[in-house]
Design a binder for this molecule. Sequence first.
Ligand SMILES: Cc1ncc(COP(=O)(O)O)c(C=O)c1O
Length: 388
Amino acid sequence: MIAVAPSRAPVSAPVAAPGPVRVPFSDMRAQFAQVRGEVLDALAGVADSGGYILGPHVAAFESAFAAAHGVKHCIGVNTGTSALHLALIAAGVGSGDEVVTVPMTFIATSWAISYCGATPVFVDVDPETYTMDPDRVAAKISRRTKAIMPVHLYGQPADLTALRAVADRFGLPLIEDAAQAHLATYAGKPVGGFGFAAGFSFYPGKNLGACGEGGAVVTNDDAAAARMRALRDHAQTQRYHHAEIGFNYRMDAMQGAILGIKMKHIGRWTARRRVLAERYLDLLRDLPIDLPVVRRGCDPVWHLFVLLHPERDRIRAELEARGVQTGLHYPVPVHLQPAYANLGHEAGDFPVTERVARECFTLPLFPELTEGQQDVVVETLTDVLKAL
Ligand SMILES: Cc1ncc(COP(=O)(O)O)c(C=O)c1O
């Protein structure tokens, strides 16, 4: 059985032996406890209904999610990766094409491009927010470029005004990888509606998480929505009539029901993440370490609270030994993954991304984290940094 980790499980092995856990990196069960009664009732309703795939719970969730993000259409699917894949197909990306994206992300951003038979063309991230550097995009656009796909990394929106401008200049669709950024706002508007389409993930550790896999693609384009709705269900426009090659990317009814219930709490959970993030920023501000920088005009949703320090591995090992769990998002940039060796990249190609990968580590931040636990994290990190 695969253990469910928040976002992705830490990868590197620390040197010091871990001590008893005082502050966990996340706590899925604490969140579930808040909705347990409601969820179990809804699940019994789904089980009794006999309808287990798509159906009214998924449709109701899709409407609520679209409304919360100010977009016309939401199509619930089985994973965030599938959501991005459908968005790219609907944007016309196919075999031999190129999509401009970032190497500082979870690998699934690039998988979606590869599933289309297209090639990810990487642009480095900006050194403050670690999101796509708009000034570097134009140089990467070729005759084969079919889309630009920035990532709202760690819950912070990419520079959408500048990216929209470059996308419009070249007549290219912008596709937001919003897997980590439910309800994050840019210039007062929720992410998801700034381009042609956006993909979200409901992997359990995400800000809005299913009790299993889930994802959604959103768009304001009626034709694209109809096509993606069909594509997720074997490209059926009518039962057993398949207009093109489709997929089984359907969301199941139980996940739809759970997500519908959690939608009622996401505002409160997001507000709590923001309070905790502000508190970290305040309590850590004098430490010799790189703190997250919030882009002007953005209200991030703090999916992950990531710090940078050249002694990252030592710090993580010391924290772990003292009972503070941390995460790593992400230690190997996409361009240096063996899976993409065929692209011929080497270390040094994307220096900002590579620095982030080398120096990043993630502190515990989830809505149920107490201020007492947060104080333990801050005090322990302060001691560890002093002793370096
Ligand atoms: C930035 C990013 N893109 C895409 C995905 C893919 O989502 P999923 O795991 O639901 O397929 C994730 C989530 O893991 C992600 O963090």
